[in-house]
Design a protein around this ligand. Structure first.
Ligand SMILES: Cc1ncc(COP(=O)(O)O)c(C=O)c1O
Length: 377
């Protein structure tokens, strides 16, 4: 560190120069990410909460109330307004916390969790950190988990089942009702990872699309991950963990004797109140109608692209939600698009993948289709 600091305007210039190297969602070229530009209201309100610390909530009672309210509203969206939980740093922390609860509640000497092969790698991290064996369940051709195979994998060591509602690669939704039956019969924790689908599926249903039940309306569901920083239009970091019963928190209760709250139930100690408060603001401002419109727009672009890509002869998977995947031998199409400035991701099988987030507009889709036509000749 230098002995003397430099003037503010010079620091700002330095940061602006670095920031110019970043891609932006509003630039319209990012087709690989499950995040997007945050809603403008978030940018207005964030500074109000910069000093708040939900790790010491007795000092920030108002902010703590906002977190509880945000959890209650997301809980009601998930079919249970009495759900308890937290606004955490994202899907990884929410999944880790859910498995932490499940492991501690079951207390098995050699704990195992049954996870679909489609699961996000955060569940591998969680299993590793918690000393749980992640047993992978195979998928059906539609990329959802084979529930019959899940039932066969249950052993006396199983502490939890995980179902995915909106898989990272295909947006696939597992048969949560079938998993619920297995979980209830075996007395297991059923965690649903709806990090992406949580802010999509309820609105797909409103819009008349076919969508599988995945939330607390399914009786065996114990906990759900829903990420406001994906389709919820919140700023990074914001992930929610929702629990069916507050009693589950006892399993991870840790005394915090020198703070204003004597027990903590989160992995992180000091945690900003800005994500929770701005998530609350968005939920209040957007309402169901606002989020429904958001999903409606994304789906219109998704289905437009789906039809166009098919008409070009590309083998496109029928989309479960606003995620498009098409066969791409040797990654050639993806590479050619990347050369034209697009950023696409790939599935583990090597297919090209496009996430149609709110920043992927109809104009973006048209520009992409034009470039694709040029590439495919
Ligand atoms: C289904 C699913 N779960 C969990 C995660 C992890 O979320 P995060 O990156 O916010 O920690 C992701 C990220 O894309 C995801 O798609």
């Amino acid at each position: 560190m230098d002995e003397d600091g430099i003037p503010e305007n010079e620091v700002i210039k330095e940061l602006e120069a670095r920031r110019k190297k970043d891609l932006t969602y509003s630039g319209g070229r990012i087709l690989s990410s499950m995040c997007s530009s945050p809603h403008p209201l978030v940018k207005k309100l964030y500074p109000m909460f910069l000093e708040t610390n939900l790790g010491d909530p007795g000092l920030f009672k108002g902010t703590r109330e906002l977190e509880a309210e945000a959890v209650r509203i997301i809980g009601s969206l998930m079919g249970h307004s009495g759900a308890r939980g937290f606004i955490l740093s994202g899907g990884t922390e929410a999944n880790l916390t859910a498995l932490w609860i499940a492991r501690n509640r079951m207390r098995r000497p050699y704990p195992e969790v049954i996870v679909p092969e489609s699961a996000h790698f955060s569940l591998d991290k969680a299993a590793d950190l918690l000393g749980i064996k992640a047993v992978k369940a195979p998928l059906l051709p539609d990329h959802s988990v084979d529930s019959e195979k899940v039932a066969e994998l249950v052993t006396e060591n199983t502490v939890a089942l995980v179902g995915i509602a909106g898989s990272t690669e295909y947006g696939a939704v597992d048969d949560i009702e079938a998993l619920s039956e297995i979980a209830l019969e075996a007395g297991l924790h059923l965690h649903v990872d709806a990090a992406f689908g949580g802010f999509v599926l309820p609105f797909l249903r409103d819009l008349g699309y076919d969508s599988r039940p995945f939330d607390f309306s399914v009786p065996g569901v114990s906990s759900i991950t829903v990420d406001p920083h994906k389709m919820g239009l919140a700023a990074i970091p914001a992930g929610a963990l929702l629990l069916r019963e507050s009693a589950m928190l006892r399993a991870i209760e840790t005394p915090s004797p020198y703070l204003t709250e004597r027990k903590q139930h989160t992995i992180t100690g000091t945690r900003s109140g800005a994500p929770a408060s701005t998530v609350y603001a968005l939920l209040r401002h957007m309402g169901r109608r606002g989020y429904r419109r958001n999903v409606e727009r994304c789906m219109m672009v998704t289905l437009h692209m789906y039809n166009e890509l098919r008409s070009m002869g590309l083998r496109v998977e029928k989309p479960w939600m606003n995620v498009l995947v098409f066969k791409d031998e040797g990654g050639k199409v993806r590479k050619a698009l990347m050369e034209k400035g697009w950023v696409l991701s790939r599935t583990r099988k090597g297919e090209a993948r496009i996430v149609v987030m709110p920043h992927v507009t109809r104009d973006t889709a048209q520009a992409l289709i034009k470039d694709l036509r040029d590439i495919l000749g």
